[in-house]
Design a protein around this ligand. Structure first.
Ligand code: ADP
Length: 449
């Protein structure tokens, strides 16, 4: 049984159940019909005997019978006995072979496994101390025989009945399992053809299979999306790495082919160094994104004093001497991963300088509202056009690559957003082209990360 498919197992169980129920129904009907037969026979016997009473009398010791008296009617035999129980009229059925005492008005069954009779005696008084006994007899249907007949008929019909039950059950099960076959074959097609665009698309319904198919379709949708994102990410990353690699390769080939002056060599080396710094920055950004994606770069939340964090990450030589205005706020402590939060702030401040105007300013401040803690980085630089504001969070997206002066690859803000989300927070942006931008990190106050 363990080796059978679910369809076959269900078919077998259903067929067995139907056969069992049919057997039980047959037994029930048999028992009800024998009860009905017995009670019908009883009332018929009683009625016939009582109608005969009025037709019998004893006048001067002589038995008188009315016109309507019947010795045998509807399977009921009526016998007339004297007071001394001597048979006066009527004939005992041949198969009635039992001596039985007379009991006035008591209905009883007499007999053995061969045949059974229902017997009723009634005393009909005639005069002071005389009278007659009327005895009614009727043979009961032989139960054993009926059951045997039914069993024989059942045994003959049963194989056909089981075959029909099995066939019907199999068709029902097969029909019910059709959506599951469709789910399995679509999943197999996706695996074999590596085509994630396929969908099961069952007709809409509320049954379990429709819901399962819907869930699978959503799963395939998400798989396809993440596969496409991954593909795009790999191709963009290779493209970004190819540029500095080609520059380094070209510079090395030139240096090996031609005799460069010491000054030219110095220039070549510093170019290679710049390109390698660029590659190294890109590789570390790619690693961060991948680790945050995979969840391997785990967030380790600790209480962080925001003012202290801002001072420590803005004190780096890169930002010193620039027009960075840190607005001291109320002391705020948040539960966060200090190194991730510092990377987020550094990315935003770097961008604010990169896209700020010459001689412009960058402001950084912290605030606390009823439900959130805010960290804001604002500049008075070139700003971002409204139609670009949703796109800048995408990986490798740059509004205008020329504006970043070749120092970025469009990954900074997607890392910022990933870090914000890992802290159950969100990023918002207000920007006006020509006037400047303000990036805000919103961290929920009551937060479990
Ligand atoms: P990039 O390496 O190009 O700076 P980012 O992901 O950090 O990549 O930023 C994506 C794009 O958003 C940038 O190319 C730039 O055009 C725009 N951007 C980011 N920050 C600012 C800012 N403070 N002001 C104006 N534009 C910005």
């Amino acid at each position: 049984m363990k080796q059978l498919s679910v369809k076959l197992k269900l078919t077998v169980w259903l067929s067995l159940l139907i056969t069992l129920l049919a057997g039980l129904l047959l037994a029930f009907m048999l028992s009800v019909s024998s009860h009905v037969a017995l009670s019908t026979a009883m009332s018929r016997l009683d009625k016939t005997l009582r109608s005969n009473i009025s037709q019998v009398s004893l006048t001067d010791g002589k038995l008188q019978l009315g016109e309507d008296f019947s010795f045998y009617r509807d399977g009921i035999s009526t016998l007339i006995y004297s007071k001394e129980k001597a048979l006066l009229a009527g004939q005992l059925p041949v198969s009635f072979q039992w001596e039985t005492s007379f009991q006035n008005g008591l209905l009883r069954t007499i007999g053995d496994s061969g045949s059974k009779y229902l017997v009723l005696d009634i005393w009909v008084p005639a005069g002071w101390d005389n009278g007659l006994w009327l005895r009614g007899l009727t043979e009961l249907p032989k139960a054993g025989e009926t059951i045997r007949n039914l069993l024989v008929a059942g045994l003959l019909v049963m194989p056909l009945f089981i075959a029909l039950a099995a066939l019907g059950s199999y068709r029902i099960v097969k029909r019910s399992f059709r959506p599951l076959d469709s789910i399995a074959s679509t999943a197999a097609e996706i695996t074999e053809a590596r085509d994630l665009s396929k969908r099961i698309c069952l007709p809409p319904g509320k049954d379990e299979f429709s819901r399962l198919a819907d869930t699978f379709d959503q799963l395939f949708e998400r798989l396809e999306q993440s596969f496409e994102t991954q593909k795009q990410f790999t191709s963009d990353a290779s493209h970004e790495l190819r540029t500095p690699v080609s520059v380094i390769k070209g510079a090395c080939e030139y240096a090996m082919k031609y005799d460069e002056t010491p000054q030219e060599r110095q220039e070549t080396l510093s170019m290679i160094y710049r390109q390698s710094l660029k590659m190294s920055a890109l590789i570390s950004q790619l690693l961060s994104i991948t680790r945050l994606d995979q969840g391997t770069e785990l967030i380790k939340p600790v209480p962080v004093d925001l003012n202290e964090l801002l001072h420590s990450c803005l004190e780096v030589p890169d930002f010193q001497g620039k027009a960075l205005l840190l607005e001291p706020g109320e002391p705020i402590t948040v539960l966060a991963d200090a190194s991730q939060l510092s990377r987020l702030i550094t990315n935003l401040v770097e961008n604010a300088f990169k896209y700020g105007k010459p001689g412009g300013h960058v402001w950084v401040r912290t605030m606390q509202t009823d439900r959130e803690v805010l960290i804001q980085v604002k500049d008075d630089g070139i700003g971002i056009p409204p139609e670009e504001q949703d796109k800048i969070w995408k990986r490798f997206y740059q509004v205008d690559p020329a504006r970043s002066q070749g120092s970025g690859a469009g990954l900074g803000l997607s890392i910022v957003q990933q870090i914000a989300q890992a802290h159950k927070g969100r990023m918002t942006l207000e920007s006006t082209p020509g006037l400047g931008s303000c990036f805000t990190l919103h961290l929920p106050l009551s937060r479990e990360i």
